[in-house]
Design a protein around this ligand. Sequence first.
Ligand SMILES: NC(=O)N[C@@H](O)C(=O)O
Length: 168
Amino acid sequence: MSATITMKAEPLTAERFAAYGEVLTHAGDGRRHYVERAFETTDPAARPTMWINRILHPAPAAPILIDQVERHPHSFQTLIPLHAARFFVAVTHSLPDGTPDFDNLRPFVTEPGQGVIYHPNVWHFGFTALDGPNEVVVMIGVTGREDDCIVSVADRRVEVEWDLAAAG
Ligand SMILES: NC(=O)N[C@@H](O)C(=O)O
Protein backbone atom coordinates (compact mmCIF):
# COMPACT_ATOMS: atom_id res chain seq x y z
CA MET A 1 0.00 0.00 0.00
CA SER A 2 1.55 3.35 -1.02
CA ALA A 3 1.53 6.55 1.08
CA THR A 4 -1.63 8.22 2.36
CA ILE A 5 -3.27 10.81 0.14
CA THR A 6 -5.11 13.55 2.00
CA MET A 7 -7.65 15.76 0.23
CA LYS A 8 -10.18 18.48 1.08
CA ALA A 9 -13.74 18.31 -0.21
CA GLU A 10 -15.21 21.23 -2.16
CA PRO A 11 -18.81 22.45 -2.25
CA LEU A 12 -20.64 20.63 -5.05
CA THR A 13 -21.52 22.81 -8.03
CA ALA A 14 -22.87 21.89 -11.45
CA GLU A 15 -19.75 23.27 -13.11
CA ARG A 16 -17.30 21.34 -10.93
CA PHE A 17 -19.33 18.13 -11.35
CA ALA A 18 -20.06 18.45 -15.09
CA ALA A 19 -17.32 16.01 -16.19
CA TYR A 20 -18.75 13.34 -13.88
CA GLY A 21 -22.50 13.86 -13.94
CA GLU A 22 -25.25 16.31 -13.11
CA VAL A 23 -26.29 18.06 -9.94
CA LEU A 24 -30.00 17.59 -9.30
CA THR A 25 -31.85 20.69 -8.16
CA HIS A 26 -34.91 22.44 -9.48
CA ALA A 27 -33.86 24.96 -12.12
CA GLY A 28 -35.85 27.64 -13.89
CA ASP A 29 -39.07 29.48 -13.01
CA GLY A 30 -41.53 26.77 -13.95
CA ARG A 31 -43.18 24.32 -11.62
CA ARG A 32 -41.65 21.35 -13.47
CA HIS A 33 -37.96 20.86 -14.10
CA TYR A 34 -37.46 17.91 -16.44
CA VAL A 35 -34.36 15.79 -15.89
CA GLU A 36 -33.45 14.49 -19.30
CA ARG A 37 -30.83 11.83 -18.62
CA ALA A 38 -31.97 10.16 -15.39
CA PHE A 39 -33.17 7.02 -17.19
CA GLU A 40 -30.54 6.84 -19.92
CA THR A 41 -28.69 3.54 -20.27
CA THR A 42 -25.89 2.27 -22.50
CA ASP A 43 -27.34 -1.24 -22.87
CA PRO A 44 -30.83 -2.05 -24.23
CA ALA A 45 -31.04 -4.88 -21.67
CA ALA A 46 -30.82 -2.40 -18.79
CA ARG A 47 -34.20 -2.09 -17.07
CA PRO A 48 -34.98 1.11 -15.14
CA THR A 49 -34.94 0.15 -11.46
CA MET A 50 -35.48 2.13 -8.27
CA TRP A 51 -34.79 1.33 -4.66
CA ILE A 52 -34.26 3.21 -1.41
CA ASN A 53 -31.11 2.77 0.68
CA ARG A 54 -31.38 3.39 4.40
CA ILE A 55 -28.19 5.00 5.69
CA LEU A 56 -28.20 4.63 9.46
CA HIS A 57 -24.70 5.94 10.16
CA PRO A 58 -23.54 9.29 8.80
CA ALA A 59 -19.85 9.95 8.30
CA PRO A 60 -17.99 10.83 11.50
CA ALA A 61 -16.41 14.27 11.79
CA ALA A 62 -13.04 12.68 11.05
CA PRO A 63 -11.67 12.53 7.50
CA ILE A 64 -13.55 10.05 5.33
CA LEU A 65 -11.51 7.05 4.23
CA ILE A 66 -12.13 6.19 0.57
CA ASP A 67 -11.62 2.43 0.77
CA GLN A 68 -13.31 1.55 -2.50
CA VAL A 69 -15.18 3.07 -5.42
CA GLU A 70 -17.71 1.65 -7.86
CA ARG A 71 -18.89 2.31 -11.38
CA HIS A 72 -21.91 1.30 -13.46
CA PRO A 73 -21.06 0.69 -17.16
CA HIS A 74 -24.61 0.21 -18.39
CA SER A 75 -26.45 3.19 -16.97
CA PHE A 76 -26.59 6.63 -15.48
CA GLN A 77 -27.26 6.45 -11.74
CA THR A 78 -29.42 8.93 -9.86
CA LEU A 79 -29.19 9.44 -6.08
CA ILE A 80 -31.81 11.59 -4.33
CA PRO A 81 -31.79 11.85 -0.51
CA LEU A 82 -35.30 11.72 0.98
CA HIS A 83 -34.26 14.04 3.81
CA ALA A 84 -32.83 17.39 2.73
CA ALA A 85 -29.36 17.13 4.17
CA ARG A 86 -25.77 17.30 2.99
CA PHE A 87 -24.04 14.19 1.69
CA PHE A 88 -20.51 13.35 0.58
CA VAL A 89 -19.60 12.60 -3.02
CA ALA A 90 -16.25 11.51 -4.43
CA VAL A 91 -15.71 10.79 -8.12
CA THR A 92 -12.96 10.07 -10.60
CA HIS A 93 -12.42 8.76 -14.10
CA SER A 94 -10.55 5.63 -15.17
CA LEU A 95 -6.88 5.47 -15.99
CA PRO A 96 -5.92 3.97 -19.37
CA ASP A 97 -5.74 0.54 -17.72
CA GLY A 98 -9.34 0.87 -16.56
CA THR A 99 -8.58 1.31 -12.86
CA PRO A 100 -9.78 4.37 -10.95
CA ASP A 101 -7.57 7.47 -11.05
CA PHE A 102 -7.26 7.96 -7.29
CA ASP A 103 -4.65 10.71 -7.77
CA ASN A 104 -7.34 12.86 -9.37
CA LEU A 105 -10.25 11.96 -7.14
CA ARG A 106 -12.70 14.86 -6.75
CA PRO A 107 -14.44 14.99 -3.34
CA PHE A 108 -17.48 17.19 -2.79
CA VAL A 109 -20.01 18.09 -0.11
CA THR A 110 -23.53 18.76 -1.34
CA GLU A 111 -25.99 21.37 -0.20
CA PRO A 112 -29.21 20.14 1.44
CA GLY A 113 -31.74 19.64 -1.36
CA GLN A 114 -29.23 18.51 -3.99
CA GLY A 115 -29.11 15.09 -5.62
CA VAL A 116 -26.71 13.74 -8.23
CA ILE A 117 -26.73 11.77 -11.45
CA TYR A 118 -23.52 9.87 -12.19
CA HIS A 119 -22.56 9.33 -15.82
CA PRO A 120 -21.97 5.71 -16.80
CA ASN A 121 -18.51 4.43 -15.80
CA VAL A 122 -17.73 7.33 -13.50
CA TRP A 123 -16.05 5.85 -10.43
CA HIS A 124 -17.79 7.01 -7.26
CA PHE A 125 -17.72 6.41 -3.53
CA GLY A 126 -20.90 4.94 -2.05
CA PHE A 127 -23.57 7.37 -0.86
CA THR A 128 -22.34 8.83 2.42
CA ALA A 129 -24.76 10.76 4.60
CA LEU A 130 -23.52 13.72 6.60
CA ASP A 131 -25.18 15.44 9.59
CA GLY A 132 -27.37 12.44 10.42
CA PRO A 133 -29.01 9.25 9.09
CA ASN A 134 -30.78 9.50 5.74
CA GLU A 135 -32.59 7.48 3.10
CA VAL A 136 -31.58 7.80 -0.53
CA VAL A 137 -33.57 6.94 -3.65
CA VAL A 138 -31.39 5.11 -6.15
CA MET A 139 -32.45 4.94 -9.81
CA ILE A 140 -30.37 2.95 -12.29
CA GLY A 141 -30.73 0.71 -15.35
CA VAL A 142 -30.08 -2.90 -14.33
CA THR A 143 -29.26 -5.73 -16.77
CA GLY A 144 -29.04 -8.39 -14.07
CA ARG A 145 -25.55 -9.28 -15.20
CA GLU A 146 -22.73 -9.22 -12.67
CA ASP A 147 -21.10 -6.15 -14.23
CA ASP A 148 -23.96 -3.78 -13.40
CA CYS A 149 -21.78 -2.59 -10.51
CA ILE A 150 -17.99 -2.89 -10.72
CA VAL A 151 -16.09 -2.27 -7.48
CA SER A 152 -12.44 -1.32 -7.15
CA VAL A 153 -10.66 -1.44 -3.80
CA ALA A 154 -8.32 1.50 -3.23
CA ASP A 155 -4.64 0.61 -3.67
CA ARG A 156 -3.62 3.49 -1.41
CA ARG A 157 -5.02 5.21 1.68
CA VAL A 158 -7.16 8.18 0.62
CA GLU A 159 -8.49 10.41 3.39
CA VAL A 160 -10.81 13.34 2.69
CA GLU A 161 -11.43 16.24 5.07
CA TRP A 162 -15.08 16.99 4.45
CA ASP A 163 -15.95 19.53 7.18
CA LEU A 164 -15.73 22.58 4.91
CA ALA A 165 -15.61 24.97 7.84
CA ALA A 166 -12.63 23.15 9.28
CA ALA A 167 -11.10 22.60 5.87
CA GLY A 168 -10.88 26.34 5.35
N1 LIG B 1 -24.04 4.49 -5.47
C1 LIG B 1 -24.43 4.17 -4.25
O1 LIG B 1 -24.15 4.85 -3.29
N2 LIG B 1 -25.14 3.02 -4.04
C2 LIG B 1 -25.70 2.25 -5.13
O2 LIG B 1 -24.71 1.96 -6.10
C3 LIG B 1 -26.32 1.01 -4.57
O3 LIG B 1 -26.08 -0.08 -5.09
O4 LIG B 1 -27.09 1.15 -3.62
